[in-house]
Ligand binder design. Structure first.
Ligand code: NAD
Length: 501
């Protein structure tokens, strides 16, 4: 184990004091500052205002006014598109600064944070293109006296609530699409990783987004997030986070019947058949399990291996997992960074202990790593996991891979579907029929075939069952932020109802 050396970059680094953005003004808000201790370095790196319910209400009022009276929903698609494109250029220009913030606040490796920023800029460009293409339908087939036109109208004020694991990427999966549709917004980033979202506020002002269109309120979920889900002036809530808070969000929004979009947890299987290209799979298994330290809704946290290859494949995955470089998030060669908080590290440890007590074997890791500062977890493999164990059914959200086995295709599908989640899945086989059968029968929003966790701005993303509601990205993402209105237009004499004509 290497001793941790505080990186030079943080020797000269002074904790950054952020302010919130309400109605185009930067404000400290009414509450005290929230301090963020870097998970990989153990030092305070950011302070954000602890927003209050009153701050959330001021932001909602600003967004309401900007929607009801402001220019944003009334601009042409081309005008909104040009501003979103400018924002994308600024995101690309400031990618290093944004990635640095995401790295030190979340503990993710800097190389990965930079990759996420590249992906985010692409999403803003894609949403900008959709802003010009948003359109409804017309029906000229309803008879000579009738023309039907179906309009897509911006839904109104949208509350956007995001988690800590992909701070800039996830706000970028929501905000540009809401803006493309002509909505106005209140954004609440996670209280653990608010920095890059607040910098985004600066970028959007520079790009020309009018005051009140994007408001960013920092603070805790119960204090700031909850009023964003109940307030009658909010028309829609777009939430990414845990299934528990997602459920609460839906219940809160039900009081005023708001539209709700939820991106929640996952317990994603990778099903592997003996005819698969195992060299390719071994790499994807390690990537799927340990990318972002497993703190990833899409993590391939369940391997479902054909019994005939299980022992060999598990040994090969363990061999490669041993080579994964866990360490200082700011080191450009690090592949797995820190765990978000000490409490979360303890929770991961509890899952591993529980699995061992229930009869699973720890084939690799299983313990925290002491690297000198911050909190880290060793890449872990649990073999002999049974489908009914907690570690096979619940989201651990750490670098813990559970290995299960199957003998028939039907059994593999049964195990894959025997959980409450349905976010994503992978299947590995050289046989097209096998891949397609799994692809059609596994209940998940995305199924990867002979690859894992590839993404594209064009492809919809979201979950079945308790993994969520609605889809992000793709052509329809912008439509999610609209209402549908029917114009039923009549020409000439109507057929009378009261008096026959
Ligand atoms: P979380 O549910 O604890 O918090 C998410 C956000 O909700 C935070 O901003 C938090 O402050 C806020 N919040 C908390 N209580 C609230 C309340 N009562 N009302 C309104 N808002 C409230 O989730 P987390 O720990 O930040 O993130 C990890 C979870 O996110 C995991 O379960 C993961 O699977 C999920 N996630 C899902 C996706 C996806 O696309 N499906 C992507 C990333 C993360």
């Amino acid at each position: 184990m290497t001793a941790h050396v505080k990186p030079k970059a943080l020797d000269d680094f002074k904790a950054r004091d952020f302010r919130m953005l309400i109605d185009g003004m930067w404000t400290d808000g009414a509450g005290n500052a929230l301090e963020r201790v870097a998970p990989g370095h153990g030092v305070v790196v950011s302070r954000y205002p602890a927003g209050t319910k009153a701050d959330a209400e001021r932001a909602i009022a600003a967004a309401r006014k900007a929607f009801d009276d402001g220019p944003w929903p009334r601009m042409t698609g081309a005008e909104r598109s040009n501003i979103l494109l400018k924002a994308a250029d600024l995101i690309a220009a400031k990618a290093d600064e944004l990635a640095f913030l995401d790295c030190i606040e979340s503990g993710k490796p800097i190389s990965q944070a930079k990759g996420e920023l590249g992906g985010a800029a692409d999403i803003w460009r894609y949403a900008a293109a959709l802003a010009r293409d948003l359109h409804g339908e017309s029906y000229n087939t309803l008879g000579e006296g009738t023309l039907g036109v179906v309009l897509r109208e911006a839904i109104g004020v949208v509350s956007i609530i995001t988690p800590w694991n992909f701070p800039f990427l996830i706000v970028s999966q929501k905000l540009p699409f809401a803006l493309a549709a002509g909505c106005t917004t209140v954004v609440k980033p996670s209280e653990l990783t608010s920095g890059s979202t607040l910098l985004l506020g600066e970028i959007l002002i520079e790009a020309g987004v009018p005051a009140g269109v994007v408001n960013i309120v920092t603070g805790t979920g119960p204090e700031v997030g909850a009023p964003m889900t109940t307030h009658p002036d909010v028309d829609m809530v777009s939430f990414t986070g845990s299934t528990g808070v997602g459920r609460l969000t839906m219940a809160n929004a039900a009081q005023t019947l708001k539209k709700v979009s939820l991106e929640l947890g996952g317990k994603n299987p990778q099903i592997v058949f003996p005819d698969a290209n195992l060299d390719e799979f071994i790499d994807a298994a390690v990537f799927g399990a340990y990318f972002n330290a497993g703190e990833c809704c899409n993590a391939g946290s369940r391997l479902i291996l054909h019994k005939s290859i299980a022992a060999d494949v598990t040994a090969r995955v363990a061999e490669l997992a041993k080579k994964v470089k866990v360490g200082d998030p700011l080191d450009p060669t690090t592949q797995v960074g820190a765990i978000i908080t000490p409490q979360h590290l303890a929770k991961i440890g509890t899952y591993v202990e529980g699995a061992a007590k229930a009869g699973a074997s720890v084939a690799l890791g299983g313990t925290a790593l002491d690297l000198g500062l911050g909190q880290f977890m060793a890449p872990t493999i649990l073999s002999g996991v049974k489908p009914d164990m907690a570690v096979a059914r619940e989201e651990v959200f750490g670098p813990v891979l559970s290995v299960l086995t199957f003998e028939t295709t039907d059994e593999a599908i049964r195990i894959a579907n025997a959980i409450d989640y349905g976010l994503s899945a992978g299947v590995w086989s050289r046989d097209f029929d096998t891949c397609l059968t799994i692809g059609r029968k596994v209940r998940a929003g995305t199924v990867w075939m002979n690859t894992f966790m590839d993404g594209a701005s064009e492809l919809p993303f979201g979950g079945y069952r308790q993994s969520g509601l609605g889809r992000e990205l793709g052509r329809h993402a912008v439509e999610d932020y609209t209402e549908t209105k029917t114009l039923n237009m009549h020409m000439g004499a109507r057929t009378g109802w009261w008096m026959p004509r």
